[in-house]
Design a protein around this ligand. Structure first.
Ligand SMILES: Nc1ncnc2c1ncn2[C@@H]1O[C@H](COP(=O)(O)OP(=O)(O)OP(=O)(O)O)[C@@H](O)[C@H]1O
Length: 230
């Protein structure tokens, strides 16, 4: 059965002002695909995700690299921000003073699944890096959008927890595009890989047709490091 096309880019040039970061980009995102977005630092992963966000608009939940959390506010309020625009300004103000009961129950459950139990009232500024990352994921999941876009959402957690978090994302989103640096995870957990190198999409293939050596080629320094080891 063919999957619905959510987005089709043809010969797109992505960049900033006159500077092109990824040129002549053609790709298709289909419903049900879990895509790992790989590439060395500066290859253009965030730039591509920004393009996807812009084109998919409100269909996509978004978990940014910088988290975009408000440190002074409690975990609950940071997660609630995922749906801020769905409520009136007055409702949001009331919620700030006295949390909405239904939202509290829903966010409590989400935070429990993400291993943030007991932290709902704690200011985000008092959390560890890994806990903040999970709050950012909780906020994106709370948006309840059709697909999930994440810019390294599992960068600062251990491999076991990375798998758990990705499974939680999958549970709520059949389709996702997630930038990450863990190449093994890209092959084992995702069904497609997009790999950026030298300003172009160097890999666009099913994960089960790729090897770690294929992914290594996305990283210009990988060979130097291997040579030094050998
Ligand atoms: N707002 C901007 N204005 C101009 N250039 C930018 C801007 N944001 C990023 N760039 C440049 O675009 C290129 C790609 O950056 P991008 O953030 O997309 O890379 P990335 O693959 O996400 O990197 P990382 O893994 O380090 O997050 C880099 O050369 C970067 O300096």
């Amino acid at each position: 059965m063919s999957q619905a096309t959510l987005l089709d880019l043809r010969d797109a040039n992505l960049g900033y002002g006159d500077s092109v970061v990824v040129s002549r980009l053609s790709l298709t995102l289909r419903a049900g695909e879990r895509i790992a977005l790989l590439g060395a630092s500066g290859a253009g992963k965030s730039t591509l995700l920004a393009e996807l966000r812009q084109r998919l608009a409100e269909r996509a939940a978004w978990c940014p690299q910088s988290h975009g959390l408000v440190p002074q506010l409690a975990v609950y309020h940071n997660v609630y921000m995922g749906r801020l625009e769905r409520h009136s300004a007055l409702a949001n103000l009331c919620n700030l003073l006295r949390p909405n009961r239904r939202a509290w129950a829903e966010i409590s459950e989400l935070c429990r699944e993400l291993g943030l139990d007991g932290l709902l009232k704690r200011p985000v500024g008092q959390l560890s890096g890994g806990q903040r990352q999970r709050v950012a994921i909780a906020r994106a999941l709370y948006q309840q959008r059709e697909l999930f876009l994440g810019d390294e959402p599992v960068a600062s957690v251990d491999p076991h927890q990375a798998l758990r978090l990705l499974a939680l994302i999958d549970k709520r989103h059949a389709t996702s595009v997630i930038a990450l640096h863990q190449r093994e995870l890209a092959l084992t957990h995702f069904n497609r890989v997009w790999g950026l190198r030298d300003g172009r999409l160097a890999i666009d293939a099913p994960a089960d047709e790729l090897t770690l050596a294929d992914l290594d080629r996305l990283y210009p320094d990988a060979h130097d490091a291997n040579d030094a080891e050998g």
